[in-house]
Design a protein around this ligand. Structure first.
Ligand code: ATP
Ligand code: MG
Length: 253
């Protein structure tokens, strides 16, 4: 059976890529699916999470795809077992150029976690626009969904991002709260779906629609033509003028 690959990516550091990638891998493994987690980040955070993983939990294969150092056989270390059904890729911050192309070649679906800062939202919107302009998303029918991460109460800071996504026909898949449960899961090699049911009920519930969206593997979301002008997150900054996305095919917010 063909391996379905999910790329978790955002050019900004600390947006939640490893948190989402590890939780998604744990979710799949817990449902009995042969799962692999591929770490492109030289920091190796996902592989480190895997090393902490208790032996009694469903196994996840770890693959190291970080740029090769002397003495490493990258092509061997990044191999995944043939029977892998779900492959989750944890991208490094700032991935671009050939490394980004290499990740995209095998990708069916992209998850982009975004932290609640105007700067991060701005960078993410421009990253999505660049991805669309590069063309591979459309030609390869790659699905793309965004996750608002580290949300505190109702964070209005995401409103401009939501409008930007709506204008491109991309979904905001869900909101993950700023919670110690995610931190604890990250430190102990588990996913929130594998933690004590009561203690992690809220976080588990937040993650389910994201995992289900990945599982769906429905027909590719059809993106509209991306805007050529940069994204201006004015509305995300209190006291600033409302957001205006300037582009031929994108309605002003
Ligand atoms: N929803 C959340 N609630 C609380 N803490 C979170 C949440 N998401 C991420 N964090 C914490 O924020 C930090 C950065 O998250 P994470 O490592 O997932 O980001 P990243 O995008 O992979 O970072 P990098 O770009 O360095 O690889 C970690 O300490 C993580 O535990
Ligand atoms: Mg990371």
């Amino acid at each position: 059976m063909r391996t379905h690959t999910t790329l978790v990516i955002n050019p900004k550091g600390g947006s939640g890529k490893t948190t989402v990638a590890t939780n998604l891998a744990a979710y799949f493994a817990a449902t009995g699916v042969a799962t692999a987690l591929m770490d492109y980040d030289p920091q190796g955070s996902s592989l480190n999470w895997l090393r902490q993983r208790p032996g009694n939990l469903p196994r996840i294969h770890g693959a190291n795809a970080a740029p090769a150092k002397a003495g490493r056989m990258r092509s061997i270390e990044m191999r995944v077992p043939d029977d892998t059904r779900e492959l989750v890729i944890d991208a490094p911050a700032g991935a671009s150029g050939l490394l980004l192309q290499e990740m995209l070649v095998r990708t069916h679906c992209i998850l982009i976690p975004v932290a609640p800062s105007a700067i991060d939202i701005h960078a993410t919107a421009n990253f999505i626009r660049d991805l669309l302009l590069a063309g591979r998303i459309r030609t390869s029918n790659i699905r793309l969904g965004v996750i608002a991460n580290r949300v505190r109460k109702t964070s209005p800071v995401y409103a401009p991002l939501e409008r930007f996504l709506t204008s491109l026909n991309f979904p905001l898949l869900g909101r993950l709260s700023d919670s110690e449960v995610f931190v604890s899961a990250g430190e102990t090699g588990v996913g929130v779906s594998e933690m004590d049911f009561v203690a992690s009920a809220a976080e588990r519930q937040q993650f389910v629609p994201i995992a289900q969206w990945v599982e769906k593997r429905a027909a590719a979301t059809e993106a509209k033509t991306p805007p050529m002008a940069p994204f201006y997150p004015g509305a995300s900054i209190p006291g600033r003028a409302a957001l205006r996305v300037i582009g031929k095919h994108v309605p002003a917010a």
